[in-house]
Design a protein around this ligand. Structure first.
Ligand SMILES: Nc1ncnc2c1ncn2[C@@H]1O[C@H](COP(=O)(O)OP(=O)(O)OP(=O)(O)O)[C@@H](O)[C@H]1O
Length: 900
């Protein structure tokens, strides 16, 4: 690769032939081979990100966040107070935690970065003279881009032909779209304002154009800006914020408990001050939940990965939890509820129904077929599915127009405008010039003054014709068919080619109507049923005819006989208060013939009522509504770049059922976070209550658990089972309960009651039972000395070992109990979470090492228990799990009773 290989363009505004010469390219674009060579020279067309200090800094961050600093302080205090062993143990805890958190966060980051593959932008270019779709990162200077409405401009380019409206807000902050066209030469003023240039990062909101790329990647204007700005940090999700708050609260309680223990231990229980100090620190270290946050981040990242595999790519970790609380899904119809595979099934002209399986027999049908093919941008197998269907139907009717011929005929085009629901072209036809138009029947009818006779002439449109036409269209729509009226007119001799669409689309001759069937997706009915049981409301917002929309909605189970249907026009007449009332009064609604503004109004109104709203969209104009909804859902296949950018989630299969699966995955992640919080919190009671006994008894009862044993539990045996709970499969009934309210806390009173009260207290009672049994059967009586050298010292060591093992045993029961929030263990299968079984195996192995390996026995103050003692431990997990199982059983009964 040499610098000589690079083509240079000093002034992108020089005359076009010079631009082509300098970029060594042509109007037909580069050859594929030349493009591949240039890719090597220029590198990929992407912005290189400067990483925020690399992994060294990230790792350092794990040692210096506030909770870690608290632990450092504890380590220093322990060392200063004379317990170097404890100090070192705390440092070990900090190091282990930092590595653990670092690995988890890296994994989470990688999961999100991997999504870039799914979201890779594509661009249409000319290569070897033909139109191909390439990844935007493969663009090189000299490529000729084909741009249309909704496309993102992938590189800096000079316009060659056509014109587009562009949204420059990313570069200039200007919110009004600006018109850019090949013939608007303008060599003065700032580059970004040049009217014949397009810049990477902006997007086309209307029109169609060709442009030649002159800068890619970091050489673009956007690249220059990106090079200046640093990478933005990852946004914290509400769940993470909540958990952080809780972590701090618990840390504060832990510090408080530690500080309170100091006088109790020293004065009431008569411990030497240094020992009391160490216990206080131990208590603090054990209860600071420093590992909670990275575990949650990882759980969210795992959720993101699962979603992506299922066809839903979310752009932020936080979207996973928002998805889980989705209360309303506003969905469009075409392509989402239906397959977007259109087939023309019926057509009608003034002569009556058209036979669609044979060449046209009368002039009126030939005229209809010709207009269908001319006012069209698709070919037989690619393009907008509606237009593809029209091309196929006109072919069967014997009118074959190739795209090349169409281009030759075309004098002007007025794009399909979704708000108007109309498209038209001005074409030559022999020596005549004609307008061909197609669009929604009502719109076309309102612009028609004449009707085509069977012989292919026109006559004035009568009221009877209008009534007949409306009757025919209603009949088709009631069958769920999508409708397009076709019309046109001949331009008068002296009449110029209309420059504005209002001038073209007037005084039309109505040719007829075409009806097409777009079958519902087979999976949608099941997904709709899941939404119904999950308490998720469904609202269909479509551009289609009310009857068509209602019939399709009925076929997939959204609409019933009495479902309210409103058109965009009717909605416009409603005040905000009336709209709110309407939305409150109906669970299911259909908004037909709606516009993107309608979507925005609906999103706003629903959100104002406190609903978490998911909203689908695919067009440029949908972008505001997609941004406004809590979860904007864009279509990966049929959607525009602009919609994809404005959305939070992109569906790689455009399928409604995928949204519902994503909601389910979101609920599951949230649930799993709660599950491992229950598990982690439950051990607090069996750890703290023994200390309280010791303190309350004034030291007559010896300490049931040593500080290092606590650390071994919290930071050793429990880590893997907690992680495994984050991977629980979905609980039965997950989609049978109503959505979580916006902002509902991840940790609530019921959950704390269960973790601390039920699971925790049960464990504490059992554990203390094991401790006292060992002490008493070893000959200990209240107040008897157990310190090093005393006759009962070994009995006490055995007894603390029993407490340690007792907590481990109880936490096994807690792990199985925490697997469900309501369902029975049998319903999910005791062995369905393989990771948890491995986690428990690890837990047991770790505990076995701590009590059997002599150096570890020395460090942790343990002794090998006897067989009788081990036998006592056996029922512990079953009792803890069993009581929780009973509690869940009673809960289920209460719910069932409340439901009847
Ligand atoms: N390419 C087109 N040219 C002319 N008219 C069209 C074209 N596509 C659709 N229409 C008309 O516009 C109406 C609305 O179409 P649009 O594509 O906006 O909505 P939709 O895709 O059916 O709705 P949604 O995807 O929001 O459910 C159609 O019923 C049809 O009458």
């Amino acid at each position: 690769m040499t610098v000589r290989d690079e083509v240079e363009l000093e002034n992108p505004q020089e005359p076009l032939d010079r631009v082509f010469r300098d970029l060594r390219t042509r109007r037909e674009g580069l050859t594929a081979r030349e493009a591949a060579r240039r890719l090597l020279v220029y590198g990929p067309n992407e912005l290189t990100r400067r990483r925020g200090g690399g992994w060294g800094r990230e790792l350092l961050g794990q040692f210096t966040h506030p909770l870690a600093l608290l632990l450092w302080l504890a380590a220093v205090l322990a060392a200063v107070s004379g317990s170097l062993a404890l100090g070192l143990a705390i440092v070990a805890v900090i190091v282990l935690n930092a590595i653990f958190a670092f690995v988890q966060e890296r994994q989470a980051e990688r999961a999100v970065e991997a999504l870039a593959v799914y979201l890779a932008a594509k661009s249409k270019v000319l290569r070897d003279g033909t139109r191909v779709l390439v990844e935007a990162r493969e663009l090189v200077p000299g490529d000729v881009l084909l741009l249309e409405e909704g496309d993102r401009v992938p590189a800096d380019a000079r316009l060659i032909s056509g014109g587009v409206e562009v949204d420059l807000s990313t570069l200039t902050g200007e919110s009004m779209p600006a018109y850019r066209a090949a013939d608007l030469l303008d060599g003065t003023g700032p580059l970004l304002q040049a009217r014949d240039l397009l810049f990477s990062g902006t997007s086309c909101t209307a029109g169609e154009a060709r442009a030649v790329v002159f800068a890619t990647g970091m050489h673009t204007e956007l690249g220059r800006i990106a090079a200046l700005s640093q990478r933005v940090g990852r946004e914290e999700s509400p769940l993470e914020r909540q958990v952080k708050r809780v972590a701090w609260l618990i840390a504060a309680v832990a510090v408080g408990a530690g500080v309170a223990f100091l006088p109790i231990g020293a004065l009431v229980a008569g411990l030497p001050l240094a020992d009391a100090f160490n216990f206080a620190i131990g208590l603090l270290v054990a209860n600071v939940p420093e590992g909670l946050l990275p575990t949650i981040t990882l759980a969210l990242a795992v959720g993101v990965r699962v979603l992506a595999r299922g066809g839903a790519v979310v752009k932020r970790l936080s979207a996973v939890e928002t998805l889980g609380s989705t209360a309303v899904i506003c969905t469009d119809k075409t392509g989402t509820l239906t397959q977007n595979r259109m087939r023309v099934t019926d057509a009608w002209t003034c002569a009556g129904p058209v036979a669609l399986d044979q060449p046209a027999a009368i002039p009126a049908v030939t005229r209809l077929a010709a207009a269908m093919a001319e006012c069209n941008n698709a070919d037989l197998d690619s393009g907008d599915p509606t237009e593809v269907a029209l091309m196929r139907a006109s072919g069967t009717l014997g009118v074959v127009v190739t795209p090349r011929e169409r281009e030759r005929h075309r004098l002007r085009q007025f794009h399909f405008d979704p708000a108007l629901r109309l498209m038209s072209t001005v074409d030559t036809e022999g020596d005549r010039r004609v307008v061909n138009a197609k669009g929604g029947p009502e719109v076309v009818l309102s612009r028609a003054t004449r009707i085509l006779t069977p012989e292919g002439r026109s006559r004035a449109l009568t009221e009877q014709d209008r009534a007949d036409f409306i009757g025919i269209t209603r009949g088709y729509a009631a069958r769920g068919l999508r409708l397009l009226a076709i019309a046109g007119r001949e331009l008068g001799d002296g009449e110029p080619v209309p420059a504005r669409r209002e001038d073209a689309e007037r005084d039309l001759v109505l040719y007829g109507v075409v009806a097409m069937f777009d079958p519902p997706r087979p999976e949608v009915a099941g997904a709709v049923a899941r939404c119904h049981t999950a308490g998720i409301r469904l609202i269909v917002v479509t551009g289609d005819h009310p009857l068509t929309a209602t019939e399709i909605a009925r076929q997939v189970g959204i609409a019933r006989e009495d479902t309210t249907v409103l058109t965009g026009e009717q909605l416009e007449k409603l005040s905000e208060a009336e709209l709110d009332r309407l939305l409150r009064a109906h669970r299911e609604l259909i908004f037909a013939r709606s516009s993107p503004e309608v979507k925005l109004r609906i999103a706003d109104a629903l959100r104002a009522e406190g609903n978490v709203v998911a909203m689908t969209g695919d067009g440029v104009n949908d972008a505001p509504a997609l941004r406004r909804a809590d979860i904007g859902v864009a279509m990966g296949v049929a959607g525009t770049d602009v919609a994809r950018e404005a959305s939070t989630m992109v569906l790689t299969d455009d399928n409604f059922a995928t949204i519902v699966t994503a909601v389910q995955a979101g609920r599951q992640v949230f649930d799993n976070v709660r599950k491992f919080i229950v598990y982690i919190f439950a051990h607090a009671m069996p750890e703290v209550i023994p200390f309280l006994l010791f303190a309350i008894s004034g030291g007559k009862i010896p300490l049931p658990l040593t500080v290092l044993q606590i650390l071994a539990i919290d930071l050793g045996t429990e880590t893997l089972p907690a992680l495994a709970l984050g991977r629980e499969p979905a609980e039965p009934g997950l989609m049978d309960r109503p959505p979580r309210r916006r902002g509902e806390n991840v940790i609530d009173a019921g959950m704390l009651g269960r973790a601390w009260g039920l699971l925790g207290v049960t464990s504490a009672v059992l554990v203390l039972g094991g401790f006292f049994f060992t002490l008493l059967s070893g000959g200990w009586r209240l107040g008897a000395p157990v310190e090093d050298g005393a006759a009962l010292h070994h009995v006490w060591v055995q007894a603390t070992t029993m407490t340690f093992l007792g907590i481990v045993a109880c936490q096994i029961g807690t792990a199985f109990a925490s697997r469900t929030q309501l369902a029975s263990l049998r319903a999910i299968g005791p062995f369905s979470n393989r990771l948890l079984l491995w986690g428990i195996a690890f837990e047991l192995a770790f505990a076995a090492l701590v009590v059997t390996v002599p150096p570890l026995q020395y460090v942790f103050g343990t002794a090998v228990p006897s067989w009788q003692q081990l036998l006592i431990l056996l029922p512990f997990p079953v009792v803890v799990w069993g009581l929780d199982e009973l509690w869940r059983w009673s809960l289920r009964h209460r719910h069932a009773r409340a439901a009847t």
